[in-house]
Design a protein. Structure first.
Lengths: 188, 384
């Protein structure tokens, strides 16, 4: 019998009677949740959101559907709800980015590949596009783009049917493409 | 045009990882909450353990100590875990002589107690263990154990009585004798878990444990002391809150660790005998020769009452004194609080349990487990 890595679901199930086991879920996913919250809200709110996500997840661990091996959709769903509380701060951040224009690549951007410098140059338009999305559409889009969930997983994370998630994603992507398209138009 | 999703990804780039102290604070908050939970005494019931840092290099983790962290990506190399135990054993051996002197003085002062009967029976169990025939496993062989655990999935607001049915779960585990790997059977799949924790997990280390009961006890009390530090911090932070969590600590935790050593491992006769003799040294330990184990079989129970409401029992076969199982039972009505930490401005703050905890009535089993099989096999996944 092949020996394989333990699944999130097994860890969570184990934590039902050995709560300390939940630390393993934290060790696996904290950085990913933090990075996601950081992109959406900035660093300082991300610290709070990421910590709170795991406290809430711990409290809800007995409701986890252990037939789902990967806990990421569940965790990102909890994080999304927390991020939604900071809706205004998030939109404010996108608007600020949209105003500052193509950001001067800071030190932490220095080793980016050339193509991503192009991407950074698009950032103001993207930020404007994100600021203009409804919270619901933005949640799906960013879970797919930044958390790298599938649209089905994003739907599960947000507690909406897969079809709804797909149509929200489609709508959000059209808006973002339009925002990027305008850049191209202006340049041509 | 670049794919819009990729553009989004690249435009924001990968943020800097969280600051180490922020990560640590968040982990501590989680562990504090977890440690106050109803099953905080996991170690007392044959669980593999509850108190290892996520990785041996994570010194900060020692402050938390509450995660067993079965993290596949960070398997603690068995050699490190073993070394840790070996070093501890040496350090403890050095102080054992002093400890022995102190202990004798206390016993003389206290005079004979009802525990004398327990000491007689445990001495008999130790003799029987020592006389047992035993074959050493090869380093590349696997120790197979099969256990069943019963527990309550109670939520705040629930009341658990002696009639409340318990949930149960069976589990098979294979530990390689050289301690390199532990695998567990979950729904027909084997999963690797790390080693580490409060009790040694590999045969070589277990076979090398002190065979002087006081030295063994001192070694296990070191693990308990590390937990005490965390428990003290929780108590301090909840001072003044009625609904403060009350994690297992002290001798009952040590008793649980000794019990776990027997339940999870193939223990050579000398060491098993030493475990029984060490248990006999714990103040307040009693035996009941007419007990019934969780499977309903007649058994010998070794027990310790703790925290004023809980009795912790270890069951041995009444004929052979072989390990059978463990149980924790409420001896008084008790409210269990999970504790509650809220996250405020970058730090967790204690807060009383918002929904009042759950109640366990006197006579109700808190949790129990039995070991249904133990054997040496050649491959993980192989049943005897």
């Amino acid at each position: 019998m092949p020996v394989q890595a333990v699944e999130d679901a097994a860890l969570i199930r184990r934590s039902w009677r050995e709560p300390e086991q939940f630390a393993a879920v934290f060790d696996r996913h904290y950085d990913g949740i933090h990075a996601y919250a950081d992109r959406r809200l900035g660093r300082s709110l991300a610290d709070d959101v990421a910590a709170e996500t795991f406290l809430i997840a711990f409290d809800k661990r007995e409701q986890y559907d252990v037939s789902r091996a990967d806990a990421r959709p569940w965790l990102f769903g909890i994080a999304s709800n927390l991020i939604a509380r900071h809706h205004r701060a998030e939109v404010r951040q996108y608007r600020a980015l949209a105003r500052t224009g193509a950001e001067e690549p800071g030190e932490d951007h220095a080793d980016r590949v050339a193509s991503s410098l192009d991407a950074v140059a698009h950032r103001n338009r993207l930020a404007a596009g994100l600021a203009g999305l409804s919270g619901a559409d933005r949640d799906v889009l960013l879970l797919v783009a930044w958390a790298e969930l599938t649209s089905e997983e994003a739907g599960r994370a947000l507690g909406i049917p897969a079809g709804t998630a797909r149509s929200r994603l489609h709508r959000a992507r059209k808006r973002i493409q339009a925002a990027l398209g305008r850049i191209d138009d202006e340049r041509s | 045009m670049m794919n819009d999703l990729e553009t989004l990804r690249e435009a924001w780039g990968q943020p800097e990882p969280p600051a180490a102290e922020v990560r640590h604070a968040a982990r501590m908050a989680l562990l504090e909450r977890a440690s106050g939970g109803p099953a905080a005494s996991a170690a007392a019931l044959g669980s593999t353990s509850a108190l290892a840092p996520a990785s041996p290099g994570d010194v900060r983790g020692h402050a938390g100590l509450l995660s067993r962290a079965a993290v596949d990506r960070r398997l603690i190399p068995a050699r490190v875990a073993r070394r840790r135990w070996a070093v501890r054993a040496l350090a403890v051996a050095a102080v054992a002589v002093v400890a022995t002197a102190g202990l004798t003085a206390v016993q003389l002062h206290d005079g004979p107690t009802p525990a004398a009967h327990a000491q007689v029976v445990l001495a008999r169990a130790a003799d029987a263990a020592q006389a047992r025939s035993f074959g050493e496993p090869r380093p590349d062989q696997w120790i197979y154990t099969e256990t069943r655990t019963w527990f309550h999935k109670a939520r705040d607001g629930d009341t658990v009585t002696a009639r409340t049915p318990l949930e149960s779960e069976a589990e098979a585990a294979w530990r390689r004798a050289d301690g390199e790997l532990v695998a567990r059977d979950r729904d027909g799949k084997l999963e690797i878990h790390n080693l580490g924790g409060n009790t040694p997990k590999d045969y070589a280390t277990i076979a090398a444990l002190p065979t002087d009961p006081e030295a063994l006890l001192a070694l296990f009390r070191e693990s308990t002391a590390r937990r005490e530090a965390v428990v003290a911090r929780i108590r301090e932070r909840f001072a003044g809150n009625e609904a403060a969590p009350d994690p297992v600590s002290g001798d009952v935790f040590t008793f649980g660790l000794l019990s776990t050593l027997l339940s999870d491992n193939l223990v050579p006769p000398e060491v098993e005998a030493t475990v029984f003799r060490a248990m006999a040294l714990l103040p307040g330990v009693t035996v009941n020769e007419a007990a019934t184990d969780p499977e309903g079989r007649p058994a010998l129970a070794v027990s310790l009452e703790a925290r004023e409401w809980l009795r912790s029992e270890l069951f041995l076969d009444s004929e052979t004194f072989a390990y059978r199982g463990a149980r924790e039972t409420a001896v008084r009505d008790h409210t269990l609080h999970n504790g509650f930490f809220v996250w405020r401005g970058g730090e967790s703050a204690p807060s009383p349990s918002p929904t009042g905890g759950w109640v366990i009535e006197a006579g109700a089993v808190y949790r129990q487990s039995t070991r249904t099989a133990i054997a040496v096999v050649d491959e993980p996944g192989q049943h005897p």
